[in-house]
Write a protein that binds this ligand. Structure first.
Ligand SMILES: *[C@@H]1O[C@H](CO)[C@@H](O)[C@H](O)[C@H]1NC(C)=O
Ligand SMILES: *[C@@H]1O[C@H](CO)[C@@H](O)[C@H](O)[C@H]1NC(C)=O
Ligand SMILES: *[C@@H]1O[C@H](CO)[C@@H](O)[C@H](O)[C@H]1NC(C)=O
Length: 824
């Protein structure tokens, strides 16, 4: 214990020694006190900050001007038993504490500063809660300490770890680290924080590969196992959420096993103090990141450190340990105290004449003031509360009937009232106030450990997380030194999927370990999943974005369209030439004897048939859609009915060879005209009804093909299309039957054989057209119909007219009446 008298006493419970050795207790003789080990200057620095702050306040004219503050500081040595004993001692005021009794010569502590470790703060807070003594911790971040039912008098100048769990999850997300190891301390802090952090990391899209517990008391085998687990999961990033004392052995084992390709991310409960670790292990810290509650420099603190000397205060037991550590000496027996560890082999004796040198300053690890600064804040908060308490004017006080607290009989709960309602701005601009849970939600600094040469540890402030502004983490990635990696390390379980693939979970594996399976047709890769393109769009080659679908129709610009157009044009020309030939030789027996007028009509209608394809080719529009099938149907009906008329005339002509036959009156131009007129009119009527009831219209078909849009004519009611086609088939069949029956009739020039044959071609073309038409889509469907039109037209032209042309042009000798009659 280190104490100093004053009008008001502040208690302090500090971690100064980082370990203790518990002797086996047999309870056969008086139990010995715990003996502390591992004096660590970095922790001692927190004690110095308290002493420094109290000296500053005592010298200040503004704060508590008529009072001097004293203190009683105890060392917990990481032992809860020792801490509880210390708290009771502070409360009862004597070496052998009597709970509930006050044996103070002066006043009882107005408040207690401490502890650093949550595991020690918790039992302290339970006892102090009973007596309502304000306890202000400078480093305990355990989130359940916010519970004011359990810990009514506990406050802290650091944010609760609930904030840092969020900060770490955000940090992982920032660097796209999704495959993360976690090492937690085997205590409430580690277990609570670990669970919370895991949940938050998973919420932000990451996965925790493993969570391993460590503790000061673990065996080496246990620690080795943890290292193997970390190795086997191949993580590159490990979050360490544990006070540093528990991790010491683990770090040494990592270093011995040469497992160095790692980035450690330390939570705020890990104090970045490297003096605690081996020099060899330092390599492991190089390039790691750490969260630390925001701290700023304390003016004059270094000046204070420079003037440390054991002679300043004979009560100071800690400074003697410090002297031994710095000057590697020991105090002569007479000055030895029981808290000192025996040091046998050190020849030199310590002396008060030695003074601290600039080169010894690195022992203070001043690069990161975090908890030291928060100790300083805690003292100031208590002092300001006491100052407020002092300046209470009688009659306007906060207590019953407006009373104020009596300085000579100060009740701890009265102080607690003032502390809880504290809102103070400390010299350098930081304001501290407690929320309802007694937490001070301050910002975190994100620090990067940079060890450039062996002695020079530098903590670079590379970012910030402030729970109050809701902006998430801000990180300056460029100023981070990754040490073992040349760029931002990559910690994932499965690499991201290439474009066009989506993630698919593996059974029994975390979501970050996935396989990639290709997106199906019509889908593109969203960041994580495959999504369907909009109706009129289709994915590009690698499924990255949707593009407009190709629009398809039978176009005159493409080879298929051009071939059909050229064929149709040639056929039209051919028909026109045949017509010319027939007109030129109109008086020859062959033309004359075969019903000249009907031949002209048939040739004209065939020409129109060959012109039909021109309305089929090109982008369908409202008018062309309406014309397509109807024009085709009417023109072909005229052709076929002309043929029918021709055949019937042949039959009538045969019947009429007998001069008395009544059939003679049917000869002449009226009968064929009537037949053609009636037969075509029926087809015209069908088409008129079709156009009136459900006219064909152009339509975008997005169903038939997934990757293109077809512009086609919707034929409206299909019934009409098949009626039109069926009627044409009926005409053709009737012609065929009549022609077939009359094929052997004698006559001037019997066309019946030619007509039979042409109808056979015609009907077979249209019968084979139907299945071909039904089984194709889009432009090929149109092409099939155009092809059928050209074929059947060519069939008629070829079968009926080409043999005649041959005779007319090549064998005019056979084109005589005598010859024709004789031949048949
Ligand atoms: C402090 O002491 C001085 C002189 O003893 C006295 O005048 C002054 O009122 C005191 N101030 C307070 C706040 O008690
Ligand atoms: C680690 O590396 C050192 C030096 O490179 C070597 O001596 C030692 O055996 C290695 N340890 C292990 C566990 O591989
Ligand atoms: C830390 O990393 C830097 C950069 O890679 C390197 O130069 C330095 O030597 C490392 N320090 C230690 C102690 O290994």
């Amino acid at each position: 214990m280190y104490s100093k008298e004053g009008d008001l006493i502040l208690g302090g419970m500090f971690l100064v020694h980082s370990e203790y050795s518990s002797l086996e207790l047999t309870f056969k003789n008086d139990p010995r006190p715990i003996s502390c080990e591992g004096f660590h200057i970095r922790y001692y620095r927190d004690v110095l900050a308290m002493v420094f702050a109290i000296e500053e306040i005592n010298q200040s004219q503004d704060l508590l001007p008529n009072l001097t503050l004293g203190f009683q500081i105890m060392d917990s040595c990481m032992s809860q038993i020792k801490a509880i004993g210390g708290v009771l001692e502070l409360l009862s005021g004597i070496r052998k504490p009597i709970p509930g009794y006050k044996c103070h010569s002066g006043s009882m502590p107005a408040g207690i500063i401490g502890e650093l470790m949550s595991s020690i703060s918790v039992p302290m807070a339970r006892i102090l809660g009973v007596f309502h003594v304000p306890q202000i911790s400078y480093g305990s971040v355990l989130s359940s300490l916010s519970d004011k039912l359990q810990f009514p008098s506990f406050l802290r100048t650091v944010p609760s770890s609930a904030f840092q769990n969020m900060a770490l999850a955000r940090l992982m997300e920032h660097f796209h680290w999704t495959w993360i190891g976690m090492i937690i301390s085997d205590d409430d802090l580690g277990l609570q924080g670990g669970q919370d952090m895991k949940r938050l990391i998973e919420k932000h899209g990451g996965c925790v590969a493993f969570t391993e517990k460590v503790h000061l008391s673990y065996s080496r085998e246990n620690i080795l196992r943890v290292v193997h687990v970390a190795q086997s999961h191949a993580v590159k990033v490990i979050i360490v959420h544990s006070p540093e004392v528990h991790v010491k052995t683990l770090m040494d084992v990592f270093s011995e096993q040469n497992v160095t390709e790692l980035v450690f991310v330390f939570s705020a409960s890990f104090t970045l103090t490297f003096g605690l670790f081996n020099r060899v292990t330092w390599k492991l810290f190089n390039g790691s990141l750490g969260l630390s509650p925001h701290a700023t420099k304390m003016p004059d603190f270094e000046e204070f450190l420079a003037h440390l000397n054991p002679s300043r205060d004979p009560n100071d037991t800690f400074i003697k340990l410090f002297w031994e550590k710095v000057f590697k000496c020991k105090w002569s027996k007479s000055e030895d105290t029981d808290t000192m560890t025996p040091m046998e082999n050190m020849g030199r004796f310590c002396s008060e004449n030695q003074t601290l040198d600039k080169k010894d300053f690195h022992l203070f690890e001043l690069y990161d003031l975090s908890y030291t600064y928060h100790t300083y804040l805690a003292v100031y908060v208590l002092a300001h509360s006491l100052d407020n308490l002092m300046s209470c004017k009688a009659g306007q006080g906060p207590f019953m009937k407006g009373t104020c607290a009596d300085v000579n009989n100060l009740q701890p709960w009265q102080v607690l009232h003032y502390v809880k309602n504290m809102n103070v701005s400390i010299g350098n601009g930081d304001t501290v106030s407690f929320d309802v849970n007694g937490d001070a939600p301050l910002a975190y600094d994100i620090l990067n450990v940079q060890i450039l040469n062996s002695d020079d540890v530098h903590l670079e402030n590379v970012g910030r997380y402030d729970p109050r502004d809701g902006k998430g983490v801000t990180v300056n990635t460029n100023s981070i030194l990754w040490a073992k990696f040349s760029q931002v390390p990559h910690s994932v379980c499965s690499e991201d999927c290439p474009p066009g693939y989506r993630k698919a979970g593996r059974e029994g594996k975390p979501v970050c370990c996935f396989q990639c399976i290709p997106c199906s047709h019509g889908e593109i890769k969203d960041p994580d999943d495959c999504i369907q393109c909009p109706k009129h769009q289709w994915p590009n080659g690698n499924h990255v974005h949707c593009k407009q679908k190709v629009i398809e129709f039978l176009s005159p610009d493409e080879p298929l369209g051009q071939i059909l157009i050229i064929s149709a044009a040639l056929m039209t020309l051919l028909t026109a030439s045949v017509l010319c030939v027939f007109i030129k030789y109109r008086d020859t027996p062959l033309v004359k004897g075969n019903n000249r007028g009907l031949s002209y009509l048939l040739l004209l209608s065939l020409m129109l048939c060959f012109l039909c394809p021109f309305i089929f080719i090109g982008q369908p529009r409202k008018l062309t859609c309406m014309l397509r099938q109807t024009v085709f149907g009417v023109v072909f009906s005229i052709s076929v009915s002309s043929i029918l008329a021709k055949t019937i005339i042949v039959v009538i002509a045969f019947k009429a060879t007998n001069p008395n036959s009544s059939a003679r009156k049917w000869l002449g131009w009226k009968t064929p005209s009537f037949i053609v007129f009636i037969c075509s009119t029926i087809q015209v009527l069908i088409c008129v009804v079709w156009l009136a009831r459900s006219p064909p219209f152009p339509e975008l078909n997005i169903i038939s093909y997934k990757d293109k849009i077809i512009i086609e004519c919707n034929d409206g009611e299909h019934l009409f299309f098949y009626c039109m086609l069926g009627y044409m088939g009926l005409l053709a069949t009737v012609s065929f039957i009549v022609a077939f029956l009359s094929r052997n009739l004698p006559g001037s020039f019997n066309e019946a054989k030619l007509i039979t044959f042409s109808m056979l071609v015609f009907v077979s073309v249209w019968i084979s057209f139907i299945p071909a038409y039904l089984s194709t889509r889009g432009k090929y469907m149109v092409a099939v119909e155009v092809f059928a039109i050209l074929c059947s037209g060519a069939g008629l032209l070829g079968c009926i007219f080409l043999p005649k042309c041959y005779i007319i042009l090549v064998r005019p000798d056979r084109n005589t009446r005598k010859h024709l009659v004789k031949k048949d």
